[in-house]
Write a protein that binds this ligand. Structure first.
Ligand code: SF4
Length: 271
């Protein structure tokens, strides 16, 4: 796996690396002896709350590698890899959202896993100067291979890019898992099978709709359990367990607005 394809000449590759190494000046002129400046640059980019433990470690302890950094409060794998490579020259690849996007487009992989992105970043890492390489790849993602307007015409690694013909396909937007919500429902039916229905409040799911009593917690001790229905809303995955009981007089459900979930629930309660 290489950033530059077989079509690219050695000079192309060197030019790419020269371009990629532009951020070097920004960092090297601050001095890297103790790793403080580069560490702070990374941390201020992330938010200052993680500066203190990092600064303390940088000033009071000899550097003990990325793994030690990861054990500090507030330091995750990305920050640890960034500080270890940029400040201490450790040969380790950084992976952030920019790197993930570059990888997805380079490999034409719409749904790369974290493991695949890390494997790609490790494989293409320029081990002679991992810190500058990491900054360069992240900078490439932030300024050239941007989410909405990738500038493939001026990209130094375009020759190896398998997704350049349609970069906006990569990576695909993440599909958010629907949040599961467990509900309990008591359906009261009269002798004609007509339900007791109430109008719900103005907020929450199914707001203002009519239906049987439904909530996260109900006292169902005196009712008969009849089963469960599953219903998917745009952002919710509903699991409703149903109990039934009797009432003297229900209402005609055709006279009130009923959601499809409530219709399912009533059907299940009637058997
Ligand atoms: S060629 Fe285009 S899509 Fe591929 S890495 Fe460069 S900017 Fe991104």
């Amino acid at each position: 796996m290489a950033l530059c394809s077989g079509n690219a000449s050695l000079s192309d590759t060197q030019r790419s690396k020269t371009w990629l190494l532009r951020p070097r000046k920004r960092f090297s002129c601050y001095g890297r002896e103790r790793g403080i400046t580069a560490g702070l640059v990374v941390c201020f980019n992330l938010r200052s709350w993680c500066v203190l433990p990092l600064l303390k470690a940088a000033t009071t302890e000899p550097f003990q590698g990325r793994v030690r950094l990861e054990s500090l409060p507030g330091i995750g794998p990305y920050t640890a890899a960034a500080v270890a490579s940029i400040a201490h020259g450790e040969s380790i690849a950084c992976v952030d959202g920019n790197v993930r996007r570059v990888m997805a487009r380079q490999m034409a992989n719409a749904t790369p896993t974290t493991k695949q992105v890390q494997a790609w970043a490790d494989a293409v890492l320029w081990t002679e100067d991992a810190g500058n390489w990491n900054q360069a790849v992240m900078e490439l993602g932030a300024t050239v291979c941007t989410p909405q307007k990738p500038q493939c015409g001026r990209c130094p690694i375009a020759t190896s890019c398998e997704g350049a013909s349609n970069p906006l396909r990569y990576p695909a937007p993440k599909v958010r898992a629907k949040k599961r919500l467990d509900l309990m429902c008591i359906v009261l039916l009269d002798t004609d099978g007509r339900p007791h229905l109430v109008q719900r409040g103005d907020d929450g799911i199914l707001a203002s709709m009519w239906g049987p009593e439904m909530a996260e917690h109900l006292d169902v001790a005196s009712y008969e359990y009849v089963g469960e229905v599953h219903h998917v809303l745009s952002h919710r995955d509903l699991h409703v367990r149903i109990w039934k009981g009797s009432i003297e007089q229900g209402i005609d459900e055709g006279t009130v607005p009923l959601s499809s979930l409530d219709q399912k629930v009533l059907k299940r309660a009637r058997g």
